[in-house]
Ligand binder design. Structure first.
Ligand SMILES: [Fe+2]
Ligand SMILES: [Fe+2]
Length: 461
């Protein structure tokens, strides 16, 4: 374990010592090559297990000393998560160890962590960051933990999106680094436990529409991209494209954005400027910091439609980039299933998917729509359905049998007599047949949670 080697060497010898320098060289080489592969490194400590990104470190005799040393180093300092980003330098590592060594003892590990963070900021260490993460968390139910993590990641994404929009409105250039970090967390979460984070997209709070929409598009695009076989680094860029696709809207009058009645011609023209306004905004943000070109392209192309009949009208024939087509599908799905104002009724996921698939004038890439339908199921997680038993249930998981997509896992919300079943409700697998081959329950139709006054997310996880 390079970190521990370097730390121990620095404790034993003065910094100029060759052993220290060698240990730092090793650590730097190791992190740089891992960063090239993975884009970001996250070292995470949960109870006694260390994860590096999604890989659990195995504890063997050969690495026991390094391993336990590292665990106690992180625990003593209150570090639950150490993130290492591309661009990390030797001197950053060196300064970081210096700060660690100089950290005074404190009763509360969180206090130490805060102090460390502050000193890291003062020392301009930007490619390393620390968090308390899960270290102080009680060991609990694994599913609960996954959900909690998903919620934190989602909420963080929303708050970053909110800050970016506010920043652009005030003429500031947002930090690409912070954005990237939020996107990386979302991508990691999708890779680790897709259901828990895609489920959160059904929360769709109206007041936060602009920000939750960006985060949702990011999540759907990444989950889709993953199914197409994109690797982690590509997913990071794709997630950024999703999160930033509507950034141009933050340069349009807030009255137009928030208007609940239909837009007049002039307002509509202004609204249609958001793709190129977004392109300009992102190009400005690009200066100095790395913002992938294909993320900028997605902001520009996401309303063009596959036959180029959308906006902005391209001058020459062009083929929309894969990222733009993916973002367009994620965008179309989320926008149609979300309520944008208290006056409008959101459409049911099932009918939105059908419309995207059947109506060619919507201009989506049909292969990607098909992938989306496969991903969400005929009845996406979070849909509220009426069963032939007169029970009402929330779709809680994809159909276990891929041959029977119309028979997902559900949780009963209302019993056959209309009585509310408190969360989490009974879990039922609709694909399980009786001995005679008939089914105990089947879905009759999709219904709206608003009609029943329930919050579906209370049930499906
Ligand atoms: Fe848009
Ligand atoms: Fe959008």
């Amino acid at each position: 374990m390079g970190i521990h080697g370097a730390q121990r060497a620095m404790q034993l010898y003065p910094l100029e010592n060759a052993a220290v320098q060698r240990a730092l060289d090793d650590l730097l080489a190791m992190t740089v090559s891992l960063l090239q592969l993975e884009g970001m490194i996250e070292v995470r400590l949960t109870s006694d297990v260390v994860f590096i990104n999604q890989t659990r470190l195995r504890l063997g005799l050969d690495n026991f000393a390094a391993f336990s040393g590292f665990v106690s180093l992180m625990r003593n300092t209150g570090i639950g998560v150490l993130r290492i980003e591309t661009g990390v330098t030797r001197s950053e590592w060196q300064n970081w160890f210096r700060l660690l060594a100089a950290l005074p003892d404190a009763e509360d590990p969180l206090e130490r962590l805060d102090l460390l963070r502050k000193r890291m900021q003062d020392a301009e260490i930007t490619c390393l960051s620390v968090d308390e993460g899960a270290a102080e968390q009680e060991e609990g139910d694994e599913a609960d933990e996954a959900l909690e993590r998903a919620k934190r990641t989602y909420a963080h994404g929303v708050s970053v999106a909110r800050d970016v929009v506010a920043g652009v409105r005030m003429g500031r250039t947002p930090s690409v680094r912070r954005l990237k970090r939020a996107v990386q967390l979302i991508v990691d979460q999708v890779l680790e436990n897709e259901l828990s984070i895609t489920g959160l997209t059904t929360l769709r709070e109206y007041d936060e529409y602009t920000f939750t929409h960006s985060v949702n598009v990011c999540i759907f695009a990444v989950a889709l991209g993953r199914r197409l076989g994109l690797d982690r680094r590509q997913l990071y860029d794709l997630g950024l494209a999703g999160l930033m696709h509507d950034i141009g809207k933050s340069r349009i009058d807030i009255e137009i954005i928030n208007k609940t009645s239909s837009l007049d011609d002039q307002e509509w023209r202004r609204m249609q400027a958001h793709p190129w306004l977004g392109t300009l905004t992102l190009f400005k943000m690009r200066e100095g910091e790395q913002l992938p070109y294909r993320a900028i392209l997605a902001a520009h192309e996401h309303h063009m439609k596959i036959d180029l009949s959308g906006y902005p009208r391209p001058i020459r024939p062009r083929r929309l980039s894969l990222f733009s087509r993916l973002v367009a599908v994620a965008d179309g799905y989320d926008a149609a299933t979300t309520r944008r104002s208290y006056q409008t009724e959101p459409l049911e996921p099932e009918s939105v998917l059908r419309e995207m698939w059947m109506n060619a004038s919507r201009g989506y890439d049909l292969t990607l729509v098909k992938a989306l339908i496969n991903m969400l199921g005929v009845y996406p997680v979070g849909s509220l359905v009426v069963l032939d038993t007169f029970e009402v249930a929330v779709v809680a998981g994809l159909a276990p049998d891929p041959e029977q997509l119309n028979r997902p896992l559900v949780r009963i919300v209302f019993d056959a007599f209309g009585g509310l079943v408190p969360p989490p409700g009974q879990l039922v697998d609709l694909s399980v047949a009786r001995p005679d081959g008939s089914f105990a329950r089947s879905i009759v139709k999709v219904t709206s949670p608003d009609r029943y006054g329930i919050t579906v997310s209370d049930y499906f996880i």
